[in-house]
Design a protein around this ligand. Structure first.
Ligand code: NOJ
Ligand code: CA
Length: 536
């Protein structure tokens, strides 16, 4: 194990599974753990060698399982702990790692700890959540639910009203609000210990790590996240000591904070800064949090601006590349599908990008076949606009898209019934399908050291409002040049080509891509919607 964590991470390609929508093995209309086990061959065939499974623990499912009511038990709708143990075993037999989703910041209001905390009489759990000291004392800027129980106080929420914040303490004391307990308070320390136990429980059973929900949110009023970072550094020490093969992935979207805080991988996602959104999802308007507008770089209209991504990415990459990895996912359960506003060709380009960037790529289930976003579906389990990106995986052209044998009215969510909906079955048969293109790109990444997580990254042509995008990946094993033109119009660029063997050997391409060396420079000419990956 190096400073950047276990070796396997250097070549990891993750597949994210939203378990309720992946594959229903027993015909009750909802995906399950056994369903994931039955589809391991498919996951292997994609070249993915790691999984992230959204929360699968006991929950009333007000927020699709991000409202946990028992951290130590698989929800019966997905199966049993024994099923999950079997998934670990069978995945490992194929060389596939399995990461779970840890929600350390809040529980469900149905969690027994919270129910105990609601009692008027003080007990062991009274300070496990953040409560004000009277129902007449409000949260001082933090969202509270007021008058919920017999207890004379209001609780702080982290997300929806039924997700009370667990108490990890406040970094700053506030003499006017003594209910803001310090980080070292015995109750806050007990919560921390309990979360360690939760992690140990699943790691001992065979899990390979966790994606950590809202990792930045644990300690309240924590300027610069100083105390929150200390907390995670402590967790990382536990991993390094006790589970050196396991990893921590943060939902933080600020790698220069998350990675030095101990996370092995941080997602670059839609939070706050627009870097990630500007690649694929600017057109989405309100189907997004925060709402966006404008043109994405990967839209065929060719009006995007790669600097919106690159300026943030390069800064974060520079500050973290020796310590850990940034992940640019194809999507996730919180954003509209990658396919919005794009055709299959455009999607292939998006994957050419995702699979040739440094760090740890994540494929959101169904993106590899171009599953569509189902706009305006009634909200399911707190999904709201997110619901349309959570519909059942489309395996076949048959009934319920092969997801389940249940009556279609009993499905967790409706399957996409629109004509031309993509399916694994039909794409298997065509070498030019998105599925098979994604497979080739993943395979190319695995066999090309420069394309791995650690290969250096150097933009060669990445100018504001200009196409194409050209960059170099480099490792001791060689150099790879990647050129992508998502615009439907042809594009050309001149870039510095010192030390490159041009035009090089083509590793993958689509459309016209012509490279002409000119002294220490090179000129590239590209057709509309084209890309090329070259060993140089
Ligand atoms: C982030 C998760 O990805 C999202 O789905 C969830 O609703 C919130 N955190 C609250 O846990
Ligand atoms: Ca089922």
């Amino acid at each position: 194990m190096g400073r950047k964590g276990p070796r396997w991470l250097r070549d990891a390609v993750f597949y994210q599974i939203y378990p309720q929508s992946f594959y229903d093995s027993n015909g009750d209309g909802i995906g399950d753990i056994e369903g994931i086990i039955r589809k391991l061959d498919y996951i292997e065939s994609l070249g993915a060698n790691a999984l992230w499974i959204n929360p699968c623990f006991v929950s009333p499912f007000g927020d699709a399982g991000y409202d946990v009511s028992d951290y130590y038990k698989v929800d019966p709708r997905y199966g049993t702990n024994a099923d999950l143990r079997r998934l670990f075993r069978e995945a490992h037999a194929k060389g596939i790692r399995v990461c779970l989703d840890l929600v350390p910041g809040h529980t469900s209001t149905e969690h027994p700890w919270f129910k105990a905390a609601c009692a008027a009489k003080r007990n062991k759990y009274s300070d496990w959540y953040v409560w004000t000291d009277s129902v007449w004392s409000w949260g001082g800027g933090m969202p509270t639910i007021n008058g919920y129980s017999q207890r004379d106080g209001n609780y702080i929420t982290n997300f929806f009203w039924f997700q009370p914040a667990l108490n990890y303490g406040f970094a700053k004391r506030d003499p006017r609000r003594p209910w803001k307990l310090p980080v070292g308070h015995p109750a806050a320390m007990a919560v921390r210990r309990e979360m360690r136990n939760v992690m140990r429980f699943w790691l001992d059973m065979g899990a390979d790590g966790f994606r950590v929900d809202m990792a930045f949110s644990l300690i309240k009023e924590d300027p610069g996240h100083r105390e929150t970072k200390k907390l995670w550094r402590g967790m990382r020490r536990m991993f390094d000591r006790e589970y050196p093969e396991a990893i921590l992935i943060s939902e933080w979207s600020h790698a220069s904070k998350a990675i030095p805080a101990g996370f092995h991988v941080d997602f670059m996602v839609q939070f706050g800064r627009s870097g990630y959104t500007s690649l694929f999802r600017k057109e989405l308007g309100r189907c997004q949090n925060p709402p966006a507008g404008g043109d994405s770089f990967f839209s065929p209209n060719g009006k995007g601006n790669i600097r919106e991504f690159m300026d943030i990415y390069l800064e974060e990459y520079r500050r973290t590349k020796r310590l850990g990895y940034i992940s640019i996912p194809s999507g996730n359960h919180d954003v509209a599908r990658l396919s919005v506003g794009k055709g299959m060709r455009d999607l292939e380009l998006a994957f050419a990008f995702v699979m040739t960037m440094p760090g740890t790529p994540f494929i959101y289930y169904g993106d590899e076949i171009g599953m569509r976003y189902m706009k305006n579906l009634p909200s399911k389990e707190g999904g709201y606009y997110r619901t349309g990106a959570r519909t059942p995986m489309q395996w076949t052209r048959g009934r319920n898209a092969g997801f389940s044998s249940a009556r279609s009215a009993d499905l967790y969510l409706p399957v996409d019934k629109r004509p031309g909906r993509p399916a694994v079955e039909s794409q298997e048969k065509s070498s030019g399908s998105l599925l098979n293109k994604v497979r080739s790109l993943v395979a190319l990444r695995h066999r090309t050291p420069a394309l791995g997580a650690d290969g250096d990254f150097l933009p060669l042509f990445a100018q504001a409002r200009k196409y194409p995008l050209v960059y170099l990946r480099k490792s001791a094993g060689g150099k790879v040049l990647v050129a992508i033109n998502p615009s439907a119009r042809p594009a050309a660029a001149t870039f510095s080509a010192k030390g490159l063997k041009l035009p090089g050997e083509t590793l993958a391409s689509k459309g016209k891509v012509l490279i002409r060396p000119k002294g220490s420079k090179a000129k590239i000419e590209m057709g509309g919607v084209s890309y090329g990956i070259f060993a140089v």
